[in-house]
Write a protein that binds this ligand. Structure first.
Ligand SMILES: NC(=O)c1ccc[n+]([C@@H]2O[C@H](COP(=O)([O-])OP(=O)(O)OC[C@H]3O[C@@H](n4cnc5c(N)ncnc54)[C@H](O)[C@@H]3O)[C@@H](O)[C@H]2O)c1
Length: 318
């Protein structure tokens, strides 16, 4: 019996693979290594395969059978919002096409349990404040749309009774559970600030005139290790149908608070510069995490300090 982790060689998948191996599960990773690295998954079996390549479906089916896979965690996807705007067809192929192919393979073999990496990007341009799972989903870019379509596919298939699925809508993921598993992409606030500090440039704040306590945008940062544990909680409590959960901390941190924490962790003595607002940034986006607490018994344990210190420790080691 084993767990198939697609995209397991990536940042978040690598953390989940590590936790599964630590508790004694057999793990098979399917990953094309387009952004992942085999060095993250020592101890797991790796099948290098592009899930959007329909010509390799038989190999995927064979992998499921040969390893007696009982459940799947599907991380594999492209995740850059800007790139999704420039190459939407490719994003639909990578994120929607690959999932459809995976689901056909699961159907063929009879694997029923699936946990899916969704995103708070499904909510789109929301009014500021706490978002629960009933908040209307109106993605504003192809990346967010591919995640919403993924959820809709799972809901439709779960309704037939073929699969039992859980979609986890991640808020802002950061930090590192182990330094060697850290995020290497420079797409989010924390790595972006690190990159500025490396160049001895001041971190940038986009707008300090939002209706928040210090005027800067507020987001919900969840430690990748907490997020990884949420996948195990989902895996261990499967139920019929399709469930959707926000995964965040329920507490917002402002951009200025985050930058101050990074400056403290790094010891850098440099004042952030304030620039114009970026279009489309809501003032405050924070997860209502009541549902996942009630249904899965999961809640985040780690806070801003642990996120920043673990990310910085990994950065200086790299
Ligand atoms: N990091 C975040 O802040 C965040 C937030 C919300 C949702 N997510 C979602 O979480 C998942 C994991 O994100 P991550 O941050 O670990 O990204 P990542 O890029 O580090 O990991 C993605 C992994 O999937 C693999 N992959 C990509 N396309 C593939 C394909 N066609 N076939 C096989 N493997 C493929 C990559 O090689 C990589 O190992 C993604 O689905 C992403 O959309 C991430």
């Amino acid at each position: 019996m084993s767990i198939l982790v697609t995209g397991g060689a990536g940042y978040i998948g690598g953390h989940v693979v590590r936790l599964l191996l630590e508790r004694g599960d057999e793990v098979v990773v399917v990953d094309d290594l387009s952004s992942g690295s085999a060095s993250r998954i020592r101890g797991a079996k790796l099948v290098q395969l592009d899930l959007s390549d329909t010509g390799r479906r038989a190999e995927l089916v064979e992998t499921l059978r040969a390893n007696d896979v009982t459940a799947v965690i599907h991380f594999a996807a492209k995740k850059q919002v800007g790139e999704s705007v420039l190459r939407p067809a490719w994003y639909y192929e990578q994120n929607v096409g690959a999932l459809a192919g995976l689901l056909l393979a699961l159907e063929e073999v009879g694997v029923r349990d699936l946990v899916f990496s969704s995103s708070a990007a499904v909510y789109g341009a929301t009014p500021s404040g706490l978002l629960d799972e009933e908040t209307p989903t109106r993605p504003i870019n192809p990346y967010g749309a591919t995640k919403l379509i993924g959820e809709q596919m799972l809901a439709a298939i779960a309704q037939t009774g073929t699969i039992r699925a859980t979609s986890l809508r991640y808020f802002n993921v950061a930090g590192a559970g182990w330094p060697e598993l850290a995020d290497t992409a420079v797409l989010n606030l924390v790595p972006m600030v690190f990159e500025r500090l490396d160049r001895h440039e001041a971190p940038r704040i986009f707008g300090d005139d939002y209706p928040t306590a210090d005027g800067t945008c507020i987001r919900d940062y969840v430690h990748v290790l907490d997020l990884a544990r949420a996948h195990l909680a989902a895996l261990d409590t499967t139920s019929e149908g399709h469930r959707v959960f926000n995964v965040g901390t329920g507490t917002g941190s402002s951009v200025r608070e985050m930058i101050d924490a990074i400056l403290e962790a790094s010891g850098a003595d440099i004042e952030p510069v304030v620039e114009a607002r970026r279009p489309g940034d809501p003032a405050e986006v924070v997860a209502d995490v009541g549902l996942i607490e009630r249904e899965l018994g999961w809640r985040a344990k780690l806070g801003l300090r642990e996120i920043v210190e673990s990310a910085w420790a990994a950065h200086v080691r790299a």
